[in-house]
Design a protein around this ligand. Structure first.
Ligand code: NAP
Length: 342
């Protein structure tokens, strides 16, 4: 295959030498990740008779598995629970032949064709095209009660969950653009939104900071960090520590939104694909093509702007169409590796 990259300088060949790739199955399409992007890519490539294999990753279904009601996905006027929606995505992809497999891709070698992937450090896989849809994970503060009350007042997505908090006081953690944007969004529902920031200066752009500061429903709590989330079954308050004085106070809010950034799950592709500083994969504008022919990226692994289930599904569809066309265009080159590929 023309145009494949050479191996990155720090590439570890040992795991590939340990495994027997000569008898590994070759798949036309391997989808890495199983959120809305990956499962839409699987649905489309399945309907195109490409028999995609989906390596589901550590959280099959993706971020929506930890969400409660999804009210902003078109086609569900009554809303749908996140896990239920992802089960429907899975059923639909499976119906058209997608092979959904538990496991995590732990290493890739894009310098040879078919591409070599290792699942869970022990299962070799060969792919004629790869669709990366590994998503991103919201960063959390790291408090035990924060995780316990996730979906019960703790959320990392105001767009998803804000509307469930009408007429109550809320808090949001973070001082970046996301925190400002989400704080402003939350003022549509909440009576008051506290922005908790660990410093006395925002990281957010001037325009976003000014907008938030001009909103009378938003109150900034500076130099403070959340040290506990209170409540038995639902959030009933948060404990705040002033990082300068050490004083601990309580805020009786009914929801805590965490907006301290996201991390794309792209570590395994580092060195192979161009990424921005935060680790989001860069794709050719208006497409899902990466710099490696036959490797496509979609969903939150490459989108740090919109980050919605519906946009992820949209780019998953794009990746499926891009890969289908690419496979067809490279039929002759693929045939050249036929003994391995068939
Ligand atoms: P970000 O810019 O990295 O900001 C993260 C914020 O969370 C920072 O204020 C940081 O504090 C705080 N933080 C990080 N870890 C923390 C912890 N453990 N405890 C408490 N606070 C913590 O992330 P983002 O706001 O998600 O933005 C990501 C990118 O998307 C940025 O480039 C942003 O400009 C862009 N974006 C743009 C828009 C827009 O233009 N409309 C909207 C959303 C996002 P420190 O400041 O002290 O580090």
């Amino acid at each position: 295959m023309q145009g494949l990259p050479s191996r990155p300088a720090d590439f570890d060949l040992a795991p590939f030498e340990r495994l027997d790739f000569s008898s590994a199955d070759v798949h036309s399409v391997v989808v890495v990740g199983s959120g809305p992007a990956g499962l839409t890519a699987a649905l489309y490539t399945g309907r195109a008779n490409l028999s995609p294999v989906v390596i589901q990753g550590p959280e099959p279904g993706g971020q929506l598995i930890t969400t409660t009601d999804v009210e902003n996905y078109p086609g569900f006027p009554e809303g749908i629970m996140g896990p239920d929606m992802m089960r429907k995505f899975e059923e639909q992809a499976s119906r058209f032949g997608a092979d959904l497999r538990y496991g995590m891709v732990t290493a890739v070698d894009f310098s040879v064709y078919p591409f070599r992937l290792i699942v869970d450090e022990e299962r070799p896989l060969l792919a004629e095209s790869v669709i990366i849809s590994t998503g991103a994970s919201a960063k959390y503060i790291g408090l035990p009660n924060e995780q316990r009350l996730l979906g019960r007042g703790v959320s990392a997505c105001a767009t998803c969950d804000g509307a469930f908090f009408r007429g109550v006081e809320l808090a949001i953690v973070g001082g970046g653009d996301t925190a400002m944007e989400e704080a402003l969004f939350l003022t549509r529902f909440a009576t008051k939104v506290y922005v908790i920031h660990r410093r006395d200066e925002l990281r957010a752009s001037k325009i976003m900071a000014e907008r938030a500061m001009a909103n009378e429903k938003i109150e900034f709590v500076w130099n403070s960090q959340v040290v506990d989330v209170l409540g038995e079954t639902d959030v009933e308050g948060i404990a705040l520590e002033n990082v300068r004085t050490g004083e601990v106070t309580q805020l009786d809010v009914k929801g805590l939104f965490v907006a301290i950034g996201h991390k794309p799950n792209t570590d395994v592709f580092k060195g192979w694909l161009p990424m921005n500083d935060a680790g989001y994969i860069e794709t050719v504008k208006g497409s899902t093509y990466t710099n490696i022919p036959g490797v496509f990226a979609c969903g939150d692994a490459q989108d740090h702007v919109y980050r919605q289930a519906v946009t992820a599904a949209g780019t998953g569809c794009m990746a499926a169409i891009d890969s289908e066309r690419w496979l067809a265009e490279h039929e002759a080159e693929r045939a050249a590796v036929a003994p391995l590929a068939k």
